[in-house]
Write a protein that binds this ligand. Structure first.
Ligand code: GDP
Length: 432
């Protein structure tokens, strides 16, 4: 779900407002001036759309090193969110802190919603209007206490948030989203630890107080990735009973919020049915895929030959995905994951112009026409790419195309346009 960061000085009524946003009455957390606490995130639902509200700690203007801290907090909040809600107290107005926050937010290019709280009656409306001066757009007057204006505020929030991950990622939005998946004990936590351990600039953020608790931000070679739904990985709970059920539930949720999956396989032991189920889930999800064959340090020459056979046999369905040998423990090969993800996402995002697609198709069909069926030769009239993420094509034909021929077209599409790491879907529409 898209994420909204809520920021503001202590005592502006941030928590009360957050409760309004998430539809809850009791105070979730008290603001303690001068104390930065962990971020708390909540699920919110409005007009059928889900989003996550991240309540950041209060900013104390009296704390030393104010400017630096405010800037750092605001920047961290923005990095991990799709939009930022700033709460200002109408009875106090804009202080130095608000000015500082506003400056950072204007630079961030993130959508900003300005809520002016404690507008409990008509008279306070004028105080709210005065906050146009912050340069953050229209001040929305609300009363967290009485609920006044909260519908308008929620509408403004929805307007600012992207409707689906597909619609904002890659177009200047946040870091690309990765699902780290695999059956229990393949080394997911070890890999996440390795990645976060080597990520200099964000480690403290991950281990400490600031990142949305369910995701991990990881910087690799200067680029930020968002590993989704990793909370359960970092704080490992031993669920002996129902372990597999929880594992597959986690896989499902992680895939839903991700764009690319790293599917971990323990290459020191044979590929299992459970590995196959994880792969099936990726295929169904339509996400880009990188396969990491982990525990390479335990694989000797004999086992290596077996692994190759197993991969050819058991992973034939995802032959299009890059396979990387890694050791999450030693770190060997781990640096090859990010380039593989980048390549997979490039494929996943790719759009082939219709003209180019059809001249390619014309040549392909001239060289290899579809097989005759029932005495008739179906003709392929035209093709178009209906969507990307994943690339989905529609072929218009005069008759039924055999599955083998469809697969042939799909394979050639993949090879000729280099859709490495991404599923490619081909649908056929018969025109009478
Ligand atoms: P998860 O359940 O997928 O998160 O798996 P863990 O990360 O907890 O790893 C399961 C076990 O495999 C642990 O004992 C790890 O130390 C071990 N392990 C993980 N990666 C490697 C590796 O690359 N090499 C070796 N030898 N052991 C590993």
């Amino acid at each position: 779900a898209p994420t909204l960061a809520v920021v503001g000085r202590p005592n502006v009524g941030k928590s009360t407002l957050v409760n309004r946003l998430i539809g809850r009455r009791e105070a979730v957390v008290q603001d303690v001036p001068g104390v930065t606490r962990d971020r708390v995130s909540h699920d919110a639902l409005w007009r059928g759309r889900r989003f996550t509200v991240v309540d950041t700690g209060g900013w104390d203007p009296m704390a030393s090193g104010l400017q630096a801290e405010v800037t750092a907090q605001a920047e961290r909040a923005m990095q991990t969110s799709d939009a930022v809600l700033v709460v200002v107290d109408a009875s106090v107005g804009a202080t130095e802190t608000e000015d500082a926050i506003a400056k950072v937010l204007r630079r961030s290019k993130r959508p900003v919603i300005l809520a002016v709280n404690k507008v409990d009656d008509e008279r306070a409306e004028a105080d709210a209007a005065a906050l146009w001066s912050l340069g953050l757009g229209e001040p929305i007057a609300v009363s967290g206490l009485h609920g006044r204006g909260s519908g308008d505020l929620l509408d403004a929030v929805l307007e600012a948030l992207p409707t689906a991950p597909e619609e904002f990622v890659g177009s200047g939005g946040g870091p690309r989203r990765v699902a780290l998946i695999g059956r229990p004990n393949v080394g997911k936590s070890s890999l996440l630890n390795k990645l976060t351990g080597e990520s200099r600039s964000v480690v403290h953020a991950v281990a400490g107080t600031t990142v949305d608790p369910v995701d991990s931000l990881v910087e690799i070679d200067g680029q930020l990735w968002r590993f989704v739904d990793t909370a359960g990985l970092r704080r490992r709970v031993n669920q002996a009973k129902g372990m597999e059920y929880y594992a597959s539930l986690r896989t499902q949720t992680a895939l839903e919020s991700a764009e690319v999956a790293i599917a971990l396989i323990d290459s020191s032991t044979p590929i299992t049915e459970q590995d196959q189920r994880v792969i099936s889930m990726v295929i169904d999800s339509g996400r880009a895929l990188v396969i990491a064959l982990n525990k390479a340090d335990l694989v000797d020459a004999d086992r290596r030959a077996e692994v190759e056979d197993e991969v050819l046999r058991d992973l034939a369905r995802v032959a299009w995905a890059q396979r990387i040998n890694i050791s999450a423990q030693s770190g060997r090969g781990v640096h090859r994951l990010a380039p593989a993800m980048t390549r997979a996402l490039e494929s996943w995002d790719r759009r082939i112009p219709t003209g180019r697609l059809n001249s390619w198709l014309g040549e392909l069909i001239a060289a290899t026409p579809p097989p005759v069926r029932g005495g008739k030769q179906p003709r392929v009239l035209f093709a178009t790419q209906a969507s990307n993420r994943p690339p989905t094509f529609v072929l218009f034909t005069t008759g039924f195309l055999e599955a083998g021929y469809r697969r042939f077209i799909e394979r050639r599409l993949r090879e000729d346009f280099e859709f490495t790491g991404s599923p490619v879907r081909v649908n056929v529409r018969v025109r009478e």
